[in-house]
Every structure is written in structure tokens, then in C-alpha cells.
Design a protein around this ligand. Structure first.
Ligand code: ZN
Length: 172
């Protein structure tokens, strides 16, 4: 069956347990949408999810820099739990670490937060381990990586885009 490139829809529920201002969340969501535009993925933001929403990603923004899942790696800015992401799943973003990373490379926190959320969404959308040597799905970003990401460098490879499309289409 032919698939129209721009029909892939993903529902994302942001759980703002870090109590970020609404305006910040709105800006970050707009940035995340923009990051996925080139992948033909349309992101729908929801306050809650139902089974009818299909592929759904829950993003929990946490403020605690210590504890929580994924905290084993001290530099990780987020983590995605579980192995089966055939219908989406749950990702955590460590806000304090996002702030630290943003300050280190003199980038807006909103932007690095958007990259981090998009990276964790990538873990839901791509087969494990999902990491690539460059781009948004690189395991850890250094200054050069962030410079490339912010100056129009490739976010996802062509293969990753195809896999993202397939992940969402499979659940329609
Ligand atoms: Zn990762």
C-alpha cells in the first residue's frame, strides 16, 4: 500500500513535573515539531492520551539531577525506558542536566531541551539502540555536535527517517 509521506502522526504527552512555565513548554514543543518536520512526522501534543491516539510518547520532564531511571550515566540528559516501543512509550528528560549542557555550550536552554526531547522520541521511534555516529541520535553531544545541530546540520539520516515513518505507520 502506498503511504503518503506527510501522514505520519505521533501523539506526545509532556508531563511537566519540572514545573516549567507554560510559555517555555510551548516554545519547546514548537521546536520539537520543527525538528521532526523534515522526517514527515506530525507531532500532536495532548494533555492526556487514550488508546485511540495510536503511537503515543510520554515525556516526563524531571528536575531531580540525582535519582530516577537512567541516572546511572552522569552525563545523560534523558532516558527512554523499556524495550518494546511498538506503540510508543515513556521517556524521561533530566532538566537540570539539560540546563548544564546548554550553559556549557552557550545555547538557549529551550533549544537544548527540544533536542533532548526529540532524541528521546527517537529512542521510541527507532529500533534499539537507535544511536548514530552523528546528528540528533548521537549518544552524547559535544560542542561541535551542537554547533552542527544548530546550524542546519543533518538531524536524522535518510534511513532513520524511513524507520521513523514505518514505526508510526505500523500502529495506524
Ligand atoms: Zn540516546
Amino acid at each position: 500500500m502506498a503511504t503518503f509521506f506527510l501522514t505520519a502522526l505521533v501523539t506526545v504527552v509532556v508531563h511537566n513535573t519540572a514545573a516549567l512555565p507554560d510559555a517555555t513548554v510551548t516554545r519547546v514543543e514548537a521546536n520539537v515539531e520543527r525538528l521532526f518536520t523534515g522526517s514527515g512526522l506530525t507531532v500532536t501534543w495532548a494533555a492526556a492520551a487514550t488508546a485511540a491516539d495510536g503511537f503515543t510518547i510520554h515525556v516526563m520532564i524531571r528536575r531531580q539531577p540525582g535519582g530516577g531511571p537512567g541516572s546511572e550515566s552522569p552525563s545523560a540528559t534523558g532516558t527512554t525506558i523499556g524495550e518494546d516501543h511498538s506503540r510508543g512509550g515513556v521517556s524521561f528528560v533530566f532538566y537540570e542536566r539539560v540546563v548544564t549542557l546548554a550553559h556549557r555550550y552557550h545555547e538557549p536552554v529551550d533549544l537544548i531541551l527540544a533536542y533532548t526531547i526529540a532524541h528521546e522520541m527517537g529512542h521510541e521511534l527507532l529500533p534499539a539502540p537507535a544511536h548514530s555516529p552523528s546528528g540528533l541520535m548521537k549518544a552524547e553531544w559535544d560542542g561541535d555536535d551542537i554547533r552542527r545541530l544548530t546550524t542546519g546540520g543533518e538531524l536524522f539520516t535518510g534511513q532513520q527517517i524511513a524507520l521513523i515513518q514505518r514505526a508510526v505507520e505500523r500502529d495506524r
